[in-house]
Design a protein around this ligand. Structure first.
Ligand SMILES: Nc1ncnc2c1ncn2[C@@H]1O[C@H](COP(=O)(O)OP(=O)(O)OP(=O)(O)O)[C@@H](O)[C@H]1O
Ligand SMILES: C[C@H](N)[C@H](N)CCCCCC(=O)O
Ligand SMILES: [Mg+2]
Length: 205
């Protein structure tokens, strides 16, 4: 497991919290290639504040865009074009040698990077195993199975699901219908800190 790509069934489902927990559990490095929205701090800041490994490196983003919007829109607003090639090349520079590399996407897999490429294209080109983060809300079955089905159709190497937030019977149904295994469940916490992150365990095969 040298490279892991953390995607989600949408935005705000807990990819960063999950990335921090997985980075901690695997003593990995972390990288968010494309960050949109800077005012309230970045996902890299969050992971750095939650991981207590001495060796973890949280690499700088390749694209830091002010607007908290879809990457293609935030980039257009700054007259920037997000290119896939530099991201793939940079992933080679960060290629894990001593530690795995946890890569976090932005939003879900069909989030546009530019006028004709999507987060899915990054997932496929970066050649990492994919973890899908899902929260369980009314509507999440559809979002989860659409994400799973598209990843399967495109041949992405999916490792499995990490559910984030309150438990719900939909989790077992989503695992069954998707055919992807359950890797773990991160409960909701009122105290999101290093100790909570350190306590999260996963069953990576
Ligand atoms: N298990 C949890 N317990 C408590 N708060 C959580 C939990 N998971 C996520 N949150 C909070 O919910 C919000 C969204 O989580 P997070 O930032 O991880 O989502 P995301 O999928 O990374 O979003 P984005 O698409 O913007 O990267 C954050 O404020 C985060 O602190
Ligand atoms: C602003 C926030 N940090 C997110 N990473 C951006 C999510 C873009 C979602 C685009 C969409 O699916 O409509
Ligand atoms: Mg995030």
């Amino acid at each position: 497991m040298d490279k892991l790509f953390i995607t989600g069934i949408g935005t705000g489902v807990g990819k960063t919290v999950t990335a921090a927990c997985v980075t901690q559990a695997l003593q990995a490095d972390y990288w968010k290639p494309v960050q949109t929205g800077l005012l309230e701090g970045t996902d890299r800041d969050t992971v750095r504040s939650l991981v207590s490994n001495d060796f973890t490196v949280c690499h700088p983003e390749l694209y830091r865009l002010k607007e908290p919007a879809s990457p293609h829109l935030a980039a257009r607003m700054e007259d920037v074009k997000i290119e896939l090639r530099p991201i793939i090349d940079q992933a080679k520079v960060y290629q894990p040698v001593l530690r795995p590399l946890v890569i976090e996407g932005a939003g879900g897999i069909m989030v546009p990077l530019n006028e004709d490429q999507f987060m899915l294209d990054m997932v496929l080109e970066i050649q990492a195993q994919v973890i899908i983060v899902a929260q369980l809300y009314l509507g999440s079955i559809n979002h989860a199975l659409l994400t799973a089905e598209l990843l399967r159709q495109k041949g992405a190497p999916v490792l499995g699901w990490i559910f984030n937030g309150p438990e719900h019977s939909n989790a077992a149904d989503i695992v069954r219908w998707s055919g992807y295994p359950l890797l773990g469940h991160i409960p909701f916490t009122a105290k999101l800190d290093k100790a909570f992150v350190k306590a999260q365990k996963f069953n990576f095969r």
